[in-house]
Design a protein around this ligand. Structure first.
Ligand SMILES: C[S@@+](CC[C@H](N)C(=O)[O-])C[C@H]1O[C@@H](n2cnc3c(N)ncnc32)[C@H](O)[C@@H]1O
Length: 319
């Protein structure tokens, strides 16, 4: 090789292995192949963590002051060793970024201090952790399957102060009806879990929310996808088939086409409106995943109460 302008050993190796004569001859399809991953692009199959970290980093770089405050108030986010980047000295992971965005959306429409909150399907409890660290909620109820309840109970006990943890009630699915016969919730939440349930189960939960709650927040996919290049259908065809059949929104769409996603937003809002008395107060795309939508609903009686209260206050204030 040329010793004045020649390549490093690393580049020489890339040329030998990837930027070969044969690969160069394949102009019609070279851009998503190894030759190009050694030119201007990192191979997505081998760089999943790099992409995730880049996504987190970009979110952190654009986080508002208010959301930085929300994030910093959540102690012990490192428990469980999440994939993390550091921004302005602060460790940041994807789950709590999402939780902070969700809290921001909800808090724009619902008074959370003093609220009795119900979350259906809490996973390990990131939303509960975020809300209890930022708001003075009265009680936080979690309904979940037994294994997840064990996970969230163990996790939340280890990350929260004792007095915060004491506000949480864990309810297994077989105790829901008896435990909540008389309980009224200010806010019910479902994040990333109605889409994995049977449609009838979702309707049963929505009926319960209709009866027992004043507000409802949901963040979930607007449809299904079949693009195997996204995850290599790594868990096998059987799991793909199962996933296609869960939830209320089962249209298969190109989830990376914003018009296709937006066209399904009205169906999302209709599918998750808990009942005829409910109106959608806000709905929007829920970044970063292209096909997630979010909405806050309020029961009309609640809106009338709020309006009534406003009128009463205005009358009181008038001289
Ligand atoms: C994908 S995880 C999402 C967890 C959490 N909301 C989050 O976004 O991090 C789905 C959650 O829904 C729960 N779930 C699934 N089916 C359920 C059912 N029929 N009733 C209650 N919870 C359920 C799972 O146990 C799990 O906690």
């Amino acid at each position: 090789m040329h010793d004045k302008y020649g390549p490093s050993l690393l580049r020489a190796r890339h040329d030998q292995v990837h930027v070969t004569d044969e690969a160069v001859a394949e102009l019609s399809s070279f851009k998503a192949k190894p030759i190009n991953f050694k030119i201007g692009f990192w191979d997505p199959e081998k760089n999943g963590v790099r992409y995730l970290k880049a996504l987190i980093y970009n979110f952190a770089a654009g986080l508002s002051d208010e959301n930085w405050k929300r994030l910093r108030r959540i102690n012990n986010r490192g428990v469980g060793e999440p994939i993390t980047i550091t921004y302005d000295g602060e460790p940041v992971c994807m789950d709590y970024l999402l939780a902070v965005f969700e809290l921001e959306f909800i808090a724009n429409h619902v008074e959370l201090d003093g609220a009795r909150v119900l979350e259906i399907g809490a996973g390990y409890g990131r939303t509960c952790h975020t809300m209890l660290s930022n708001q003075d909620v009265l009680e936080y109820h979690i309904i979940d399957l037994p294994n997840s309840l064990k996970l969230s109970a163990g996790y939340l006990r280890s990350v929260l102060e004792e007095e915060q943890f004491a506000k949480i009630r864990f309810t297994p699915i077989d105790e829901i009806d008896e435990r909540y016969a008389d309980t009224e919730f200010d806010l019910s939440l479902n994040i990333n879990s109605f889409a994995e349930m049977n449609a009838e189960t979702v309707d049963n939960y929505l009926a319960m929310i209709d009866e027992r709650s004043r507000y409802f927040y949901i963040r979930d996919p607007v449809g299904k996808y079949l693009d195997g290049s996204l995850d290599g259908h790594s868990e096998g065809r059987e799991i793909v088939e199962l996933a296609l059949n869960t939830g209320k929104l089962r249209d298969v769409i190109d989830i990376h086409d914003n018009r296709a996603v937006e066209a399904h937003a009205p169906a999302f809002v209709e599918a998750y409106r808990p009942g005829p008395q409910w109106s959608c107060l806000a709905n929007a795309w829920a970044p970063p995943w292209s096909y997630y939508w979010q909405a806050v609903f309020g029961k009309e009686a609640t809106q009338q109460l709020v309006l009534g209260e406003q009128l009463r206050l205005e009358n009181e204030i008038r001289p």
